[in-house]
Design a protein around this ligand. Structure first.
Ligand SMILES: Cc1cc2nc3c(=O)[nH]c(=O)nc-3n(C[C@H](O)[C@H](O)[C@H](O)COP(=O)(O)OP(=O)(O)OC[C@H]3O[C@@H](n4cnc5c(N)ncnc54)[C@H](O)[C@@H]3O)c2cc1C
Length: 457
């Protein structure tokens, strides 16, 4: 038995946990960071980074396939999946090494092993008792399935999808949310047939309806098939493939079924309930300052109900470290967290959808403008279609920005500044957007809502 005492103990070193550790150490706290697998968590090792590397390899494949359009003679001979894996793993290894170095340089103590909360101030890791004045729960999430739908063999989640060493011929994807459409995008670019099954009426169903509809058009054009508003019933598999049955009676044959129905909180059997932490269906309940009901115990990242995104985890971690240090950080509500879907085309949004804005402010108080990327020079050069939709309160601030088109994820920075700073389009209108950039399209939408469109009407 050994005992270790810190100002702050953090259980889980993913985006939320390690951000808290880095900020707390900057603020002069001693930190014990407990991790059972690898610092960096889901995002670095099996989430954001590896999938975005795959999407880049998909973009390169598309560029080669479509090169003649741009006057370049190239042919796409095929996808060398082991080489893509080597490229991807090289990025992860480098980032992992960098993160380990940073954690060490900040004087944070990393404790390897599986931790269990045993009191409001202690976590047990094997024979070690780790004590902190404050404790942050940051254990993250896992790929969920549906009741009765067993993962194994040809029925896979994103973790196994990343391990595939070949391009499947045909994939059925259960779930038209972010993870489902991103993998669909990769596989389609690599030549696979893809069919997405989504129980809700739209793909990317959490987005503004205008964006979802454009997205569906774009996917249809890419030859990605999808079944909307229909529920999955069951799946059988053998050596040759899977047969998926829908509640409509329709069946789909494919090589694989990717289950992408969301992520559940990783909180089972970790002692949280025993210590009295209030939970709901496995999620840890907090107030807006990320305090649980147990004094001194905080929660961050995917285990806190709401958006499951890495940068929300980073922000949570920084927030709690500053809160403990008494700096009274500003609360960022989930609605103002920027969201990007990194498929082809990309979707990026922040703030209220038009429907939500009208619900909140009243229909007459909302003005919205759709700028069509067809009018934007850089988008035309890239041969991408899409829209930038900006929503404002009449005589008031921008409350939502919703975008679709190649590379629009890179525009979300300005969009989230506008929304989070309560900027009025009139404030932004005099500020410049470089030409020719896709950023100009966002600028045009702000200009239009300020009553002075330049290239729009
Ligand atoms: C395929 C995929 C793609 C994604 N793409 C994006 C993206 O592009 N952009 C984006 O913003 N988000 C993306 N996400 C979501 C993002 O990965 C998560 O929101 C983020 O990782 C959450 O951070 P976290 O700290 O809450 O949890 P995690 O990153 O899951 O970290 C939790 C850590 O806690 C450790 N742990 C758990 N229990 C214990 C224990 N008992 N003892 C010790 N250690 C423990 C785990 O090993 C893990 O390292 C993606 C996710 C997936 C699956």
């Amino acid at each position: 038995m050994s005992e270790h005492t810190f100002d702050l103990v953090i259980l889980g070193a993913g985006s939320g946990g390690y951000a808290a550790a880095l900020r707390a150490s900057q603020l002069g706290m001693t930190v014990g960071l407990i991790e059972k697998h690898k610092v960096g968590g889901t995002c670095l090792h099996v989430g954001c980074i590896p999938t975005k590397a795959l999407l880049h390899a998909a973009e390169v494949a598309d560029a080669a396939r479509d090169s003649a359009k741009f006057g370049v003679r190239a042919t796409l001979e095929g996808i060398d999946v082991p080489a893509v894996t080597a490229y991807r793993e090289g990025i992860i290894a480098s980032k992992y090494k960098g993160l380990q170095g940073l954690i060490k340089a900040r004087g944070i103590t990393t404790i390897e092993g599986e931790g269990r909360l045993t009191s409001p101030t202690t976590v047990q890791v094997g024979e070690q008792t780790i004590t902190g004045k404050n404790v942050i729960l940051a254990t993250g999430s896992y790929s969920r399935s549906l009741p009765g739908l067993e993962i194994g063999g040809r029925v896979i989640t994103s973790e196994q999808a990343l391990q595939l060493d070949y391009v499947p011929k045909k994939v059925a994807v259960l779930g038209g949310g972010v993870i489902g459409v991103e993998f669909s995008s990769v596989w389609r670019s690599w030549g696979a047939e893809v069919v997405i099954i989504e129980a809700l009426p739209h793909l990317v169903p959490n987005e503004d309806e205008a964006i979802s509809k454009q997205f569906e058009r774009a996917y249809r054009k890419r030859g990605i098939d999808f079944k909307l508003g229909v529920r999955f019933q069951g799946v059988t598999q053998d050596d040759n493939g899977v047969v998926v049955t829908l509640e409509s009676g329709e069946t789909i044959e494919a090589d694989l079924l990717l289950v992408a129905v969301g992520r559940g909180p990783m909180t089972a059997n970790l002692g949280f309930e025993e210590v009295g932490v209030a939970m709901d269906r496995g999620f840890v309940l907090t107030d807006e300052r990320l305090r649980t009901n147990v004094p001194g115990v905080y929660a961050v990242g995917d285990i806190v109900p709401g958006l499951q995104l890495a940068h929300r985890g980073f922000q949570h971690g920084i927030f709690v470290a500053e809160e403990i240090a008494g700096l009274q950080p500003v609360v960022i509500s989930d609605v103002n967290v920027p969201k990007v879907t990194y498929s082809e085309p990309e979707v990026a949004s922040v703030g209220l959808t038009e429907a939500k804005a009208k619900e909140q402010y009243g229909e007459a108080q909302i003005a919205s403008y759709d700028y069509n990327l067809a009018g934007n020079g850089k988008s035309h050069i890239l041969e991408t279609a899409g829209i930038i939709k900006v929503i404002r309160v009449v005589d008031g601030p921008v409350v939502g920005v919703h975008m679709i088109g190649a590379r629009v994820g890179e525009l979300i920075g300005e969009a989230q500044l506008a929304v989070n700073w309560d900027a009025h389009p009139e404030d932004i209108a005099p500020l410049l957007h470089a030409h020719p950039t896709q950023n100009e399209a966002l600028g045009e939408a702000f200009l239009a809502l300020a009553g002075k469109p330049l290239h729009g009407i």
